[in-house]
Design a binder for this molecule. Sequence first.
Ligand code: PEP
Ligand code: MG
Length: 842
Amino acid sequence: MAPLDGWCTSLDEVPDEVFAGRMLGDGLAIDPTNGIVCAPCDGQIVTLPNSGHAVSIRGAQGIEVLIHIGIDTVQLAGRGFEARVKPGAQVRAGEELIRFDLNRVARAAKSLITPVVVTLDGAVLNSRRGSGPVKAGELLFEIGDTPPQSPAPSKEPQPAAAAGPPQHAITVTLPQGLHARPAALLARRAKAIGVPIILSAHGRESDARSVVGIMALGVRNGDQLLIRSQGCALPDAVAAVVAGLEEAQRLDAAHSPPRAVSTAAPERSNSSARAPKPGEMAGVCAVPGFAVGRAVRIERREIEVTEQGQGGMHEKAELDRARANVKLRLERMRNAGGAERQEIIGAHLEFLDDPVLNESAAEFISQGKSAGFAWRGATRRSISALQALEDSRLRERADDLMDVESHVLLALAGEARPLHLPLPEQAVLLADDLLPSELTALDRRRLAGIALSGGGATSHVAILAAAMEIPMLIGLGAALRGVGEGQSVILDADNGQLNYAPAADTLRQANLLVESRRARRAALRTAAAQECRSRDGTRVEVFANVGSTGDALAGVENGAEGCGLLRTEFLFIDRDTAPSEEEQLTAYQSVANALGGRPLILRMMDVGGDKPLRYLPLPAEPNPALGLRGVRTALSHPELMRTQLRAALRVTPRGITRLLIPMVTDRSEVLEVRQVVEQLARELKLDAPILLGAMIETPAAALTAATLLREVDFLSIGSNDLTQYALAMDRGHAALARRTDALHPAVLQLIAAAGGAGEAAGKLVAVCGGVAADRSAVPILLGLGVRELSVVPAAIPAVKHQIGELTITDCQAIAQRCLDLGSAAEVRSLVEQHIGHAGEDS
Ligand code: PEP
Ligand code: MG
């Protein structure tokens, strides 16, 4: 029986792969409308943790049912929950088990949606309730026979499925089938074998090296996959595929990414929570929230390509150049973005190198077609294969391919951005669908909401919209096209409704509601405008990481006390000539103006290595991450360095700019830069001293921090690179992504070395890598002596709030314990136990 009142829906709607993928078992989910959880059947309480956020009950024939209130609610550590029974208790169906504060938990949790699952593999559920309102005590489902479990992937040879070349069959046991991540892992294994491995399922075939091709097979949990090899022994091919699948299984099981810091937790997550009234249309909530605004329609413009090429060699070179440019830009964006953006761009990078796409483009070129025509032809082939699949998650990946298509076509046409749509204030964007890059090209400050005729709740554009906190409704259907441009609309994503003809009174009420929500957010931001101190009064600066003037403005709006890292590379890459001193000055001055007199820490260009510049004769790097990059490039091109430093030193008001040197390895590099800076300062007749900092990104710099501090005024720890170099794990390596964790004790010891050196020298040590915005890391960093955190603008209010709740003494105690642990996972679990997630629900 339903354990609570609410809206019954499928587990597919749960924003957590563990439940949506049935990894814990089959069942249904309820988006609750009250906070009382009752027993779904007679039985014994098996588990009811102290946190009170979940309960499992064992009923007849030993069948267990788990009720998990909301998503990621374990992190509330019991706040807002009250258990009404104890583990071991015998209860009757309908008896009260847990009470929880609906509003409090809704504010703090990722979602309130509550899965109710039978934790028995293969349990068959009958008489399932459909989507709609449900009351506690009403029938949810019946549990029928339980068939034997499906076998794990087998390495043993299976009989060939058909006559012809020998092949092996294995059964795929991945709860979500061969979706993008397992496809990528499998493709990587197959590429390593070096000869084609052919996979087939459902009468379709693919080269195992192609992520797109594998996804297009449409393999779901329990499906058979046939493996055939061309050029290697069949057992080797089978072993590679099985190894890829096993790795995917492990990763899927461990896939619970650290929570990104969010400034405002969504109020509710729901889908079409009530029937539409006249003048409304119903959709599905992809990002919760509420917005009022004017409808603005975007139509995707097809990028024009000519069909005929100018010779195979020329077109191939053009396509290679465009792909290389897009790759560079995407890699920069990935490295600079938040977790969501990183994952999405990582997928796009895979597509860019996909052998099936590239072979198919080469085929078009060999038929005399242009690079653009060939690339579009190749992507469209794969897109139609994906769109034909039943699995909605795989169909949604077609949008990503479309995005990669437009990136490359635009690069061929010499343009960088896919869309320049001037938005009015409070725009509610209406479209058939939207690509991730189209969304990120829009002015966030003018965008109130998004309504799509199509779209998917798990699409990458929905993930990005959530990160940008833009309410979004999808699946509104063709009727959305009837909404007039400029029409006032109310987008109630919480309730899955778009009101396209609101009465004056309704509109007034809705505006009042928007206003009161805005006031609440503003209160949080106002609090963030205060100078940041720990609970015991230690000053900790919270700065913004910036890559553009827009970022600087967003940083200041969110309470940044300065810019802790201006990534200046954006000015240098993806162009044919170096930026002039004047061009650089204009760009830096614009950021400084946005900061309104706050300090600007300008990092010297971190280029070279994996970011080659077309206008510099840099050698090809066999090991780009270990090659000529950062300050090494600057010192080997003194004119380029001098031009940048001159522009930086001319920024006004004088004295706000501090210079930061990337990828430092030893003192001589710092001395060389200092000499140039001093000479330029004399030329420019600057009398105030220029503050110079060294980035701690190599273990060498961390271990010699005390020596470096004799030459510089501050240190800034680039944890992204420091982690990569300390752990010998490429920071962009998808299969190592979960392990490339800056909370590894080895990385912490390096941070401790830098922090200790800073304290001894009485000089500031900052962190500007991604770890600075990680809730679990903040107490450790403060405990290791860090006194400035530079984070993405949206994370600032939450980071400031968290610091205000911590005492440095507690932070020091916990940090010391972390240094002695054996893995990043142990560190995370220790921090969670001892410090918890205080302040998250505010
Ligand atoms: C870092 O390495 O942590 C850093 C801030 O620099 P980037 O991410 O730009 O390499
Ligand atoms: Mg770096």
